[in-house]
Unconditional design. Structure first.
Lengths: 201, 201
């Protein structure tokens, strides 16, 4: 089997969410595995000087329109969240803890549920109770997930993961690396697919 | 005939160049006219706090790779210019003067020649002699083009055009507005085409 696809995303990123609805099917089509890596864009932006799109003059209004139009264009359910962007440390750490305790498949299921809660159901995923509810709905023990997410080793793990991602050149969400080739943005999935299909691009 | 497509671009923008190789054919397919508007991203970035892509940590290296890969993917001739980015006032003003004196078709021909010189032939288009040569190769009187480009009314016109673009929400290159719908980026040409085809998106 060929090398895995590394998929980096921030839970507060609409384009990361769009990518999360497609990456597994795309990978499966070309017999690839996907490794899901939650990111903290806030930490990345400290290095790149980046600013969340909606806070940039002129770009902000366009960004909201593009989120909704891109969702329609690709047939992805989307509702503009009231709280946007928001802190995603808790969600990211909870995902790492779920992976550690229950494996990759369960962690990915949890991640998809978090994204859906935020970008479809309007849930404030920065809220501890919200993450607990999502965990419970996934058949996980909510209290353990929250405790685990807030534990020192998981916090350190996430910090290390984000640093490792930046060391590989990751600076946005979604960001995909496959066979050493980096792709930034859901709008590069056409080029990503070309690489998977042809082995080069 | 339906309303024209407004196409905004900076002569130093690779994605603007890619878009310039496609916009006229795309418009023709849906019986639309294109109005070409040269922009000065430097002036726009003063408002948005934007920075040229290659100067952003992490993003910079990726940007060059993405320029080349996107060109290959779409089959567009491209060679990374030695001087990048560079000042595009002279090229933009020259285009406005050519339009004033010789009409839209000649101005668009000139614009395409400037883009090709920069992104295919490696010409430094910030240089007065280079713009003069391009003008001459287009059958224009080089000295008149340079004098016209440096005249006060043309300078004022470009300043006003850039301000008018920003007032419409334009903040990047390429930027297309059609039937009131804004599209930022060559990677939104799929959505632009959907609007032209279906009348909505």
């Amino acid at each position: 089997m060929s090398k895995a696809i590394d998929f980096y995303f921030d839970f507060s990123s609409p384009y990361g969410y769009f990518a999360s609805t497609r990456i597994d099917d795309l990978a499966a089509e070309y017999e690839r595995k996907v490794n899901w890596h939650p990111l903290l864009l806030g930490a990345v932006f400290k290095t790149t000087g980046g600013v969340p799109l909606p806070m940039v003059p002129l770009k902000g209004e366009y960004a909201y329109r593009d989120f909704e139009r891109t969702a329609r264009f690709h047939g992805i359910p989307f509702r503009r969240p009231a709280n946007f962007p928001l802190a995603t440390q808790l969600a990211a750490r909870a995902m790492l803890w779920v992976r550690e305790q229950h494996g990759e498949a369960k962690a990915v299921e949890f991640a998809k549920a978090v994204y859906r809660a935020y970008f479809v159901d309007g849930v404030n995923i920065a809220d501890t109770d919200a993450i607990a509810s999502i965990a419970a709905a996934q058949g996980l023990d909510a209290a353990s997930v929250i405790d685990g997410a807030n534990s020192a080793p998981v916090k350190e793990r996430l910090k290390g993961d984000v640093e490792a991602a930046m060391a590989r050149g990751v600076f946005g969400s979604p960001f995909v690396i496959v066979d050493g080739e980096p792709f930034w943005g859901f709008d590069r999935f056409d080029q990503l697919e070309a690489l998977l299909k042809d082995g080069k691009i």
